[in-house]
Design a protein around this ligand. Structure first.
Ligand code: PHE
Length: 436
């Protein structure tokens, strides 16, 4: 059954679309560098706990809100309680802050894809990365290609086609990551990296680590941005019977990709002498260095960055779609006009983000460059805030029992407890602790 809002042909369609949105730079780029910055095992522990008790709870909530209201996020919150319409608008703002700098990193991936043969055989891998991101025009050009491709896909509305493609991309990504992990784990001193990743150092376990972990969970499973409300609204009538079957595969796939990435990066970091403080460059330095140790590494490298690129662009497309559907539904724009406006906005903000590693490096706000500041604002402020407000809204204003017909979970009691208590208290404590 196709209605005018579109619908999924099967539950599998929803699972694939959600996994395509979830698995992306968050797993392969952001997760390892935050884990490195926040001391390894302690961060991982916080990350896993928050995924299960807060992240998954909010995914369930968002899908259920989508099924119940059959509207986009602004309409969904607004139709239940007009005072909460702003939450939907906040979702649109958050995705619009993320997309431009996300696309800058997407551009770096394109550069590595285009020049994999060079990047694999470097004397100094870190210098190679820094030369790329600080260059005058090169990163800008790759960023522009990435954002043009994203806009074109959104403009033609071919997401569904792309998502079908993800049936192949995701298994391919998993396969390659497993191969890479095996290579990394068999390097000398790899065990040091495994220890760093899995054994928590509790002296590093503080509110800031946990807030970083929370931001990362939200960013990575795409929660707190209304994506699942929109996707849930496309579920056909019997969708609610299987909400659990939709959610767990997505959360699990996302977490597994992050774990595999960590299990590849950290052993290699210790074995190949890579600096833990490489920051945003960690994955771009580590992976090529591993490829350098592999037979036919250059071929592997092309395949890896191609898949990495697809994972990134499918997420970028779903980020852009949030703003576009808001402009179309709420401001009554045509798709063409909406895409143009969003595209121009992304080009301006993304260019400043890209240049903030080079020419605009001197321009900092509260000690962070423009790129880092956008990431901090979206992931450490807006996402936890949106998680807090959504859980208050559903836990206390609407009442989780009103969603029971849609959630219909075996773990219903646990879900209700999490949405009423765990999610709001956890988000609030971390947030206040870090802001004060
Ligand atoms: N979850 C995506 C990633 O890990 C990013 C994203 C966030 C995509 C929100 C869509 C919406 O890369």
């Amino acid at each position: 059954m196709e209605n005018n809002r579109g619908s999924w042909n099967s539950k599998l369609g929803l699972v694939i679309a959600s996994a395509a949105s979830a698995v992306g730079l968050g797993n392969l780029w952001r997760f390892p560098y935050l884990t490195a910055k926040d001391g390894g095992g302690a961060f991982l522990l916080a990350y896993l706990l928050i995924t299960v008790f807060v992240g998954a709870t909010l995914v369930i909530t968002e899908v259920a809100l989508g099924i119940k209201t059959r509207k986009n996020p602004v309409g969904a919150y607004g139709s239940i309680n007009p005072k909460f319409k702003f939450l939907g608008v906040m979702n649109v703002i958050t995705t619009s802050i993320i997309l431009p700098y996300y696309s800058v990193v997407g551009g770096w991936i394109l550069a590595y894809l285009a020049k994999a043969h060079l990047f694999n055989n470097m004397k100094d891998y870190k210098a190679g990365f820094l030369n790329l991101i600080t260059a005058d025009y090169e990163p800008l050009v790759y960023f522009l290609i990435f954002i043009v491709l994203t806009a074109v896909i959104v403009f033609f509305g071919v997401q569904k086609g792309i998502e079908r493609f993800c049936k192949f991309i995701l298994p391919a990504l998993l396969f390659l990551l497993i191969v890479m992990m095996c290579r990394a784990l068999t390097l000398d001193k790899a065990i040091e990296g495994v220890k760093f990743f899995f054994v928590p150092d509790f002296s590093k376990f503080d509110a800031r680590t946990c807030l970083d972990a929370m931001g990362q969970v939200f960013f990575s499973i795409s929660v707190g941005m209304g994506i699942y409300i929109t996707y849930g609204s496309y579920l056909q009538d019997d969708g609610q019977k299987c909400i659990g079957k939709v959610i767990w595969p997505v959360v699990t796939a996302d977490t597994v990709v992050s774990l595999l990435t960590g299990l590849t990066i950290f052993p290699a970091v210790f074995a190949l002498g890579i600096e833990m403080t490489s920051g945003t460059g960690l994955v771009f330095i580590t992976f090529p260095k591993i490829f350098g140790t592999i037979y036919l590494g250059t071929i592997f490298s092309y395949v890896f960055f191609a898949i990495f690129f697809f994972a990134a662009i499918t997420s970028a497309v779903s980020l852009m779609e949030v703003a576009i559907s808001f402009l179309i539904d709420n401001l009554k724009m045509s798709r063409k006009k909406a895409v143009w406006i969003d595209f121009i906005y992304c080009v301006v903000i993304g260019s400043i983000s890209s240049l903030s590693f080079g020419k605009l490096g001197g321009f900092t706000i509260a000690g962070k460059n423009f790129f880092d500041q956008l990431d901090f604002l979206a992931s450490n402020i807006l996402l936890p805030l949106s998680g807090f407000l959504t859980s208050i809204f559903v836990g206390w204003v609407l009442g989780p029992e009103k969603l029971q017909v849609f959630t219909n979970l075996k773990q219903q009691k646990m879900f209700e407890f999490c949405i009423k208590w765990v999610a709001p208290i956890a988000t609030l404590i971390l947030f206040v602790d870090c802001v004060k």
